[in-house]
Design a protein around this ligand. Sequence first.
Ligand code: COA
Length: 325
Amino acid sequence: MESSGILGLGCYLPAKKLTNKDLEKIVDTSDEWIMTRTGIKERRIAPKEFAASDMGVEAAKSAIKDAGLKPEDIDLIIVATVTADMAFPSTACIIQDKIGAINSAAFDINAACSGFVFGIVTAKQFVDSGLYKNVLVIGTEKMTNLVDWTDRSTCVLFGDGAGACIVGKSKARQIVSYFIGCDGSGSNLLRLPAGGSRTPTTEETVKNKLHFLKMEGNEVFKLAVKVMADAANKAITKAGLLCSEINLLIPHQANIRILMAVAKKMGLPEEKIFLNIEKYGNMSSASTAVALAEANREQRIKKGDIVALVAFGSGLTYGAVVIKW
Ligand code: COA
């Protein structure tokens, strides 16, 4: 029987790599510190002239091709990003034009690093309701624009990239359950203070580096372990499954220690956790999108497998999607 599922996947990673060794020349850090504390070896840096939409376009094109569709077949584009090309128009509108998806509606969502999971859940509602047939969901981020390259506690963590999927009616790769949540009381823990209506851009905000992300790393770490495990458990329970029945957990790639703690909390062995953090760092909403596309491409998922996608991010937002491949 057909129900909402994943029709196609794609991703785009900029070619330029910034290694931990390169970072040693920029801030007071070491490859050893970054590897042991985060699991990150290198991250990708998008070309200067590339914005979130440019990376999103590449990921979108490959997902559309993978689904055997044409841009005209897309009914809706949802872009999850915190690094939109501009405050408005939405990055989704820019991508719609660039790929020629002339029949689609388009909007952005901001759920930070959980954005791709929230995007899939949103897409599923449109497909289930019968309003739309093919929904393109994109997670695209140019995080390296948002980090203060003199702040070693944040600049080592993030990278650029984009991933995409098409959600539509399908006999395979069906979305069997999901859960999304939020704890707004943690909204101060990871934020970009200036440039919005609260603190508009002034010479002063630029001078005070308020256009770079600020993070309470330790607090975020502790909450991340709790909310990711909780979100995954809720979605898995809702699907009538046990954690032990999960074949592959695809988590938001924030910190390898967070991911190992989540695995332990869920009773999952290390080999059931998909990891690509070493290569890309944290790409916010693009992390789960790229990880899902790579896990599929690397044949880490077999037909009939149960896959759980789980994420958390600024907000705090969190969510999980269970897919039967
Ligand atoms: N290189 C070397 N030393 C560094 C460093 C770096 N890149 N960054 C921080 N340090 C130092 C600190 O200054 C501190 O030094 P001090 O003890 O002399 O004050 C020491 O390392 C320990 O800092 P601490 O913040 O306690 O480290 P940590 O083990 O908590 O790791 C994070 C820091 C940021 C890696 C970790 O807290 C984390 O990953 N948090 C979650 C972040 C996250 O996931 N964000 C995205 C959410 S979507």
